[in-house]
Design a protein around this ligand. Structure first.
Ligand code: NAP
Length: 312
């Protein structure tokens, strides 16, 4: 199994699974075209394939995603060790260090575990608490053993660097910056995030790596299949949006025949093969989770990587 090391101490598979859609009715319409049995299928299939890293957040489904993971963990005991990553949401009224620890306690309770492998700050807001106090309390939780590593999410290069040095003062390494990154979302290559993360040894956890389903090739101009939930209103999934990405989808289809892989596996492999980048594709079903795991343990040729890069 292809792995990566977070903060030089935590070995995880080179791909994870995102669980925002587990229990979220607002964006993903959980409970309509899919529900608990489908996402439990995704949970089991991911583990069967060796994808043991689960990304969630206290806000996903207002706690439902964490609760479902907790339930699945207790009803599907596995000899494999899992890695759970969740996120703290910095709200304006969380302005003391105790509110951070309390939020962690609530997440641990919903997840039904005593320790999580990665605790991330969901957005770069620190309001009245301040970044220094925030990093201080997270480092304290590492030393007390309730979290193994610390991450941030949606942090700029500058803020990520600041968090890195604040944690370093307490002997803790910043493990990840979780940001949007896919063949179609390339901002981090231009705004210094990717470069700074590489310099400091911070792993990029790439969210929406399939561009919310667009890069799987199942939503195409010439097909009637359209996404559910909030994506119905997203211009990227409109006929004009789909027309724009058609050349990339054609290239993904071409490569999928060449490598005998699916377009989703090609798009995920493009991220993995860069090194220092770990995608966390969301999966709602066993089929999607198994398929995404197939992005591991092989590599696009340098020539095909570049071709894909250029077309995107
Ligand atoms: N930190 C943050 O601010 C932030 C923001 C967004 C996401 N995230 C994290 O990143 C994870 C992934 O991002 P995402 O869910 O936004 O987008 P994504 O991974 O790009 O796309 C996920 C969606 O694509 C479709 N899909 C996935 N695998 C497929 C396959 N093999 N074949 C066909 N369709 C497939 C599914 O939707 P359909 O079947 O309905 O098409 C699935 O819900 C989230 O779950 C969450 O953990 C974090």
């Amino acid at each position: 199994m292809q792995t990566v090391k977070l903060a030089e101490q935590l070995t995880v598979p080179a791909i994870g699974i995102g669980t925002w859609s587990w229990g979220d009715g607002l964006f993903w319409s959980y409970g309509q075209d899919y529900g608990q049995s489908e996402v439990e299928g995704a949970f089991k299939a991911a583990i069967d394939q060796g994808v043991t890293f689960f990304d969630t957040a206290e806000v996903y489904g207002l706690g439902k995603s964490e609760k479902l993971i907790g339930q699945f963990l207790s009803s599907n005991p596995t000899p494999k060790s899992l890695q759970i990553a969740t996120k703290f949401f910095p709200l304006p009224w969380r302005w003391t260090k105790a509110t951070v620890s309390d939020a962690l306690t609530d997440s641990l309770n919903r997840l039904q575990v005593k320790q999580i492998e990665l605790y991330q700050v969901h957005w770069p807001f620190d309001f009245f608490l301040g970044e220094q106090a925030l990093m201080e309390v997270l480092a304290k939780e590492v030393h007390q053993g309730r979290i193994l590593t610390v991450g941030v999410s949606n942090y700029s290069a500058q803020k990520m660097k600041k968090a890195y040095f604040l944690l370093k003062e307490h002997g803790v390494r910043l493990a990840v910056n979780q940001v949007r990154y896919s063949l179609l979302s390339r901002q981090i290559e231009r705004n210094g995030i990717l470069e700074t993360a590489k310099q400091l040894g911070i792993t990029i956890l790439a969210y929406s790596p399939l561009e919310q389903g667009l890069l799987t090739g199942k939503y195409r101009l010439n097909r009637t299949n359209r996404p559910q939930g909030a994506r119905k209103l997203d211009p990227r999934f409109s006929p004009q949006g789909l027309e724009k990405v058609e050349p990339l989808l054609e290239q993904l289809e071409h490569l999928s025949q060449k490598y005998q892989k699916t377009p989703a596996q090609i798009a995920l492999n493009w991220l993995i093969s860069q090194g220092g980048v770990m995608p966390i594709p969301g999966a709602k079903t066993a089929e999607q989770a198994s398929q995404n795991a197939g992005a591991l343990n092989w590599q696009l040729s340098a020539e095909d990587f570049t071709k894909l890069d250029k077309i995107a």
